[in-house]
Design a protein around this ligand. Structure first.
Ligand SMILES: Nc1ncnc2c1ncn2[C@@H]1O[C@H](COP(=O)(O)OP(=O)(O)O)[C@@H](O)[C@H]1O
Ligand SMILES: N[C@@H](CCC(=O)OP(=O)(O)O)C(=O)O
Length: 384
């Protein structure tokens, strides 16, 4: 048998990616904004199932609720009024998920519905909750399907932008890569709907300022277009994620992109995931408090990259809430790490120095066994 050709070296960041966020836009999933394209849903399900079968973790971010709702309500077109859009989304979301559940069931995959708002990612306690649910679903081999919580969203539903939500999900779960599937083959040097001679860009630096002059909006349907996709790629890059924009109608496009083939546009992010994430977390918030760690805890978080358990903490300073960022100091008061803490200050004081197994008895409920999960912990020398 002939060996498969090696993917081009430049796209190894994609072929090596294990955790993917795949976003499917309205332009692809709906028949020009009216009704769901069932063939597209089953083709997507097949490709996502193959990606899962190849050992990758996948979160799907899917639009389409408004379009499905408009058809179910018998409306002739997508409404303009905000409350009508929200009502249509509420009707359509369950239909959308029903179709996905059926399509993925054929491949032996269970699905879960996640409705998120931007505030859920910005508020620290909800960030931890959303992250915990998504990563647990991934561990359970369930496919999370995310959409905007349109009942409470205003700007995003009006402008039809699920791109930035997909980027926030990529930040939330530290995705290696984000794939934005749309109706065009990728990012062109001008909007191909307006300029038929526009050229497809196969690889660009996500931070290249010249791109801003090339992207346009989504046209008459009032969608986000490439403006929101470029913004999303930059947002995702903050936590080290690579982004590809590709045409969802191309055969086996998900397999081609994830293999590292030269399809669509790769918006290259030159920053190392670790340092991008460190900078993002460090700059995210003001410090809410300080923990003093014993030598053993300093050693394991530094040398083994482990989570911080309550047992390694000898003192808790400050008045912080679950999800705040706290400094972790050694016995001499030097800051050795910074992280987003799973407990508020009073609970942290109750469990500090104790085994995680004692948490239910100490607090009256079974919370996280880590005080700071290793994924939310940045080990470095910080200077205030
Ligand atoms: N430089 C560009 N390259 C490709 N498409 C562009 C560009 N500028 C604007 N567009 C428009 O963006 C549209 C895709 O965005 P949108 O309709 O919001 O899709 P989705 O629903 O998939 O998010 C394309 O149909 C195209 O007309
Ligand atoms: N959340 C809404 C609209 C979001 C939307 O259309 O976004 P996009 O696919 O980026 O154009 C829906 O599911 O219909």
């Amino acid at each position: 048998m002939k060996a498969a050709p090696e993917p081009p070296a430049t796209r190894t960041a994609l072929s090596a990616a294990r955790r993917w966020v795949v976003k499917v836009g309205s332009a692809l999933l709906t028949n020009d904004g009216r009704g769901l394209d069932m063939t597209m849903i089953s083709r997507l399900a097949q490709q996502v199932a193959l990606l899962r079968g190849a050992g990758c973790e996948v979160v799907l971010v899917s639009s389409g609720a408004v379009a499905a709702g408009v058809v179910r309500l018998g409306w002739p077109r997508r409404p303009a009024a905000l409350h009508d859009l929200q009502a249509a989304a509420a009707v359509g979301q369950s239909i959308l998920l029903q179709h996905y559940e059926q399509a993925f069931q054929r491949h032996g995959l269970a699905t879960a519905q996640i409705l998120l708002g931007h505030d859920d990612v910005a508020a620290r306690d909800r960030y931890l909750n959303a992250r915990g649910t998504l990563t647990t679903l991934l561990r359970l081999n369930v496919l999370p399907i995310v959409n905007e919580n349109d009942t409470v969203a205003t700007e995003e539903i009006r402008f039809g932008d699920n791109d930035s939500l997909a980027a926030l999900v990529a930040n939330l779960i530290d995705a290696d890569a984000l794939l934005l599937l749309t109706d065009q083959d990728g990012l062109f040097d001008a909007d191909p709907r307006l300029q038929p001679g526009a050229q497809l860009l196969t690889e660009v630096d996500v931070h290249d300022a010249r791109l801003d002059g090339m992207v346009g909006d989504g046209g008459a349907l009032g969608r986000g277009g490439m403006v929101t996709k470029l913004r999303a790629a930059r947002l995702a890059a903050r936590s080290g994620t690579q982004t590809v924009i590709a045409g969802g109608r191309l055969d086996d496009v998900i397999q081609a992109v994830t293999r590292g083939d030269s399809v669509g546009t790769w918006l290259r992010n030159g920053r190392q995931p670790q340092s991008a994430r460190r900078q993002w977390l460090a700059g995210l918030l003001q410090l809410g408090g300080r923990l003093r760690l014993d030598d053993g805890a300093v050693h394991v978080i530094r040398e083994s990259g482990r989570s911080l358990l309550p047992v390694g903490v000898s003192d808790v300073e400050g008045d912080f809430r679950r999800g705040d960022v706290v400094a972790c100091c050694d016995e001499r008061g030097r800051e050795v790490a910074r992280g987003m803490i799973n407990y508020g200050a009073s609970e942290a004081r109750l469990i500090a120095g104790r085994s995680s197994a004692a948490i239910p008895a100490l607090l009256g409920y079974a919370g996280d066994e880590e005080l700071i999960h290793r994924d939310n912990l940045v080990v470095a020398d910080f200077h205030d």
